[in-house]
Design a binder for this molecule. Sequence first.
Ligand code: ADP
Ligand code: MG
Length: 192
Amino acid sequence: MKKLFLIIGAPGSGKTTDAQLIAERNPDKVVHYSTGDLLRAEVASGSELGQTIKSYIDNGNLVPLEIVIDTIKKAIEEADREVVLIDGFPRSVEQMEALDQMLKNSGDIQLLGVIEVVVSDETAKERVLGRGRGADDREEVFYNRMKVFKEPLPAIEQFYTAQNKLIKVDGERTIEEIVADIEKIIKEKAQI
Ligand SMILES: Nc1ncnc2c1ncn2[C@@H]1O[C@H](COP(=O)(O)OP(=O)(O)O)[C@@H](O)[C@H]1O
Ligand SMILES: [Mg+2]
């Protein structure tokens, strides 16, 4: 049985960094995938699919459902540790529903928690514009990404709150504090 945790949050909330650190600290038990990094790896491969993905990323729009679901499915399948962390997913109601269906069809994956790293818009903006990762870290694109992030958020929060799976974490503290907090939640819930 794979124990799945999702980590969501605004662009620049630190969700990838946090999840990465937790996986590094628990190498035997925890594996981490960042949806954005997986999609960017496809772009970097130079494939035709990567070209399609790039056009969405560069404008701060969501990559189409089917591509994202394929990416997530592959990540979960290849995960060879007890606990699987995925950050940057779900980013829409349809992604959330597709995952729900996937979980219902699979006896092998258990969703144990959805952790939302909460930061203010100002903090998100400062961090994203400060890192300048690519075309999508420009100011206009940042505003679109925030809009795309916020629009489905209430529905996503409601859905996982009803399942008693949503945990909000204050992302405005030091990385050390945030990571310690999330790691504790994961260890308790996964009993590792
Ligand atoms: N779940 C997803 N569904 C659709 N597109 C996604 C998803 N996750 C990432 N992307 C694409 O990758 C871009 C960058 O995402 P990501 O690296 O997660 O940013 P950040 O870590 O700053 O939140 C998004 O703006 C979007 O184009
Ligand atoms: Mg990220």
